[in-house]
Design a protein around this ligand. Structure first.
Ligand code: SF4
Length: 293
């Protein structure tokens, strides 16, 4: 019997990533003579990074000091701290800011909480570039920088419980690609021990849509295939959400399906979803291979 293969509607590039990739490519096409640098990986996908490299777009961790030919520096959708912006300008680069508007919103809300003297909690991974920038903005405007705290788990908050109990006002923002379950868990813990608690759900609409649709698809599927980089936060979260609901595998590209031959053979209804940094052609290859094309 033929297998049913269903691809989620909200899978692959979100508007923030699409805008970043398309604008960067267009910049190079319009300025072939200029060097284009992207500070950090534009998106967490090695195929796309290689594609950019082939077009002559350079991904760097640190900008070269000598910019004498009017080079351009791109800020990726994750955003960057105030200090990074200053450094780019100081080095004389033309700056193209592709911070996703939804990430900008989180930065603005974190700044607002700091200015209003809340103890700011940022839910997310400390080392993730989006969180690094949000933290930098919140700290810049906080009277006391130690009152901005990044928590990757509820346990991390439990470790500072005496501090939290003393705080008159606690404000929360969350990394755009986190799971709503994480926010709920934190609220359950914080509500009884906080004097005043302000919660701003900053998970972006694109992430919510993608996660909700993946959950729905998982209920109808005996196997879910999540496609995207293992370095991508939102892709990893999709796999984490789906694993308790149905059999789930997380692959980066179609060739990895070879490793799951038995699991695929035993499944009748297979759902496919993909992270925000996974290009369509990679998703289509996976779907094609599952269909035996
Ligand atoms: S996942 Fe959300 S916040 Fe991140 S780039 Fe896409 S739309 Fe923007």
């Amino acid at each position: 019997m033929n297998k049913n293969i269903a691809l989620a509607i909200h899978a692959g590039f979100c508007y923030g990533v699409k805008r970043a990739v398309e604008t960067t490519k267009r910049l190079k096409a319009q300025n072939p003579e200029k060097e284009i640098y992207v500070l950090g990986e534009l998106i967490h996908n090695s195929q796309v990074i290689n594609e950019l490299k082939e077009l002559g777009i350079k991904t760097v961790d640190t900008l070269p000091e000598n910019n004498d030919k009017g080079a351009i520096c791109v800020i990726r959708s994750h955003g960057a701290s105030f200090e990074v912006f200053e450094d780019i300008k100081k080095k004389g680069y033309e700056l193209v800011d592709l911070t996703c508007p939804d990430v900008k919103k989180v930065q603005d809300r974190a700044i607002e909480l700091s200015k209003e003297d809340y103890f700011v909690i940022i839910l997310g991974k400390e080392e993730h570039p989006e969180v690094v920038a949000i933290t930098a903005y919140a700290r810049k405007y906080a009277k006391d920088k130690t009152r901005v705290f990044v928590a990757k788990s509820t346990d991390a908050l439990k470790e500072i419980e005496p501090t939290l109990k003393k705080e008159p006002k606690i404000g929360i923002v969350i990394q755009t690609t986190q799971r709503i379950e994480y926010l709920k868990e934190v609220l359950e813990y914080l509500a009884p021990i906080s004097k005043e608690l302000r919660v701003i759900n900053t998970i972006c609409a694109s992430t919510s849509l993608r996660q909700n649709e993946a959950r729905r698809l998982a209920k109808e599927s005996d196997l879910m295939v999540v496609v995207g980089s293992k370095k991508s936060a939102n892709t990893t979260h999709l796999a984490e959400i789906l694993a308790p609901l149905t059999k789930t595998i997380h692959i980066e590209c179609d060739t990895e399906l070879e490793n799951y031959k038995d699991v695929i053979q035993n499944a009748q209804n297979i759902g496919v979803t993909a992270g925000a940094s996974t290009p369509d052609y990679i998703i289509n290859k996976v779907v094609g291979r599952l269909k035996g094309e």
